[in-house]
Design a protein around this ligand. Structure first.
Ligand code: FAD
Length: 375
């Protein structure tokens, strides 16, 4: 396997997209992923339509696995305000269990090799990367993509700036049976210190995923109390939690979620997806951005591998430049909406404006999305 041209560290949406795109362009890759497929992940599971044409180009067709069409946003507040609006672009409801698995099968079908192990170290010397895993295997290649998600041991070993900053958010997700919920709606429901998304998935189960600040969580001591006393203060969520039947034995959780700026290239590794930066989940397009950033990285890497005059310094410059041009506005707007929703003192005021103004909400949503990628 040491004849790989690109080693992809992490086989989530960004890593799998790189693997498929590069395989379609005839490049030899190796994916190193710590978990086997399929598996559930903490995610709202609403996939923006901006990425659907590109997925089709990669040979991924979501309706074949029953993904549902979503065209309406429902937004509620703790004080019971509620609005509904047509989403400018819309999206699809599909579990990460199904989506990541579908991409994995496509990559395997294209002959991409996978190693299931945890990468512990990435070294760069004499223009070659050496990648070491927890199982003590070593792999070399001229290019490495860092697609290992929000947070990893690798961020520590690379001493990335964001890793030493406070990351005081946690995410919780579970599937439920709740027949009453319409298939075409994604809900965004605010509570003190956080918000939750609700939408249907391809199995007919409803996914409920919320993001909460540690501060609000800590005050309640455990998840049961937090769900009942804080999440359940929102009247819509209260009725959901009382009537829906959990499908998972226990909810999945992730901690230390960071929304800080991250460098797009670190020690010559091109960072893709959440490794390059996580947009606030309420924007509903982290997955689309992960896939899109993988497209950008793969195309530039193809150029690097096939044009002697296109050097590494230019590749790294171009990747950062294209990443910033494509995503910076969305990241900024995401931060703005998040502070409007959760900032001290401004929350109820900001929410009451949004809840009364579907047009403003629609404009903000547009600012967090790009145009559909036509291939
Ligand atoms: C609470 C919450 C809700 C969200 N809701 C939505 C939503 O509704 N819609 C949306 O579009 N986005 C949403 N997002 C964002 C979305 O989940 C991410 O942007 C997306 O998963 C990024 O994909 P990725 O490939 O970068 O990372 P991931 O999907 O996390 O993949 C990273 C992979 O790397 C592997 N890995 C990690 N470390 C190593 C290692 N050292 N060695 C080998 N493998 C490793 C992991 O096992 C994982 O499979 C949400 C995020 C949060 C936190």
């Amino acid at each position: 396997m040491d004849n790989s041209e690109v080693i992809i560290v992490g086989g989530g949406l960004a890593g799998l997209t790189c693997a498929i795109q590069l395989a379609l362009m005839g490049q030899k890759t190796l994916v190193i992923e710590r978990n086997t497929y399929p598996h559930h992940k903490v995610c709202g599971e609403y996939l923006s339509n901006e990425i659907i044409p590109y997925l089709g180009h990669l040979g991924i067709f979501l309706p074949t696995v029953g993904a549902v069409t979503i065209n309406t946003l429902q937004f509620t507040t703790v004080s019971g305000k509620s609005i509904e609006l047509k989403l400018p672009l819309g999206g699809m409801g599909i579990s990460r269990y199904a989506l990541d698995h579908l991409l994995y099968l496509r990559a395997v079908g294209l002959g991409v090799p996978f190693i299931f192990d945890t990468v512990t170290k990435i070294d760069f010397k004499d223009n070659i990367f050496e990648v070491t895993t927890a199982g003590k295997a070593e792999f070399t290649a001229p290019l490495v993509i860092g697609a290992y998600g929000k947070r990893s041991v690798l961020d520590k070993s690379m001493n990335r700036d964001f890793i030493n900053k406070k990351s005081d958010w946690l995410g919780v997700k579970a599937h439920y049976k709740w027949e009453d919920f319409p298939e075409n709606v994604v809900g965004l429901h605010h509570f003190n210190g956080g918000y939750g998304g609700i939408s249907k998935t391809e199995t007919g189960a409803v996914n409920f995923c919320y993001l909460a600040s540690y501060k609000s969580f800590k005050a309640e001591k455990d998840m049961e109390n937090f769900t009942r006393n804080v999440v359940g203060r929102n009247p819509f969520l209260n009725s959901f939690l009382k009537t829906a039947t959990p499908v998972f034995e226990h909810p999945l959780t992730i901690a230390q979620i960071s929304f800080h700026n991250k460098k797009k290239v670190e020690n010559h590794v091109l960072m893709c997806g959440d490794s390059a930066g996580l947009i606030h989940p309420l924007c509903g397009n982290g997955m689309a951005m992960a896939i899109h950033s993988a497209k950008i990285a793969s195309e530039l890497m193809f150029h690097f591998l096939n044009n002697k005059g296109y050097g590494r310094a230019q590749l790294e410059y171009d990747y950062q430049d294209r990443w910033n041009a494509t995503f910076n506005r969305r990241m900024f707007t995401g931060r703005m909406i998040q502070s409007m929703l959760l900032g001290k003192g401004v929350a109820e005021f900001g929410l009451s404006i949004l809840a009364r103004s579907p047009r403003l909400l629609g404009t903000l949503i547009k600012q967090t999305h790009g145009k559909p990628i036509v291939c």
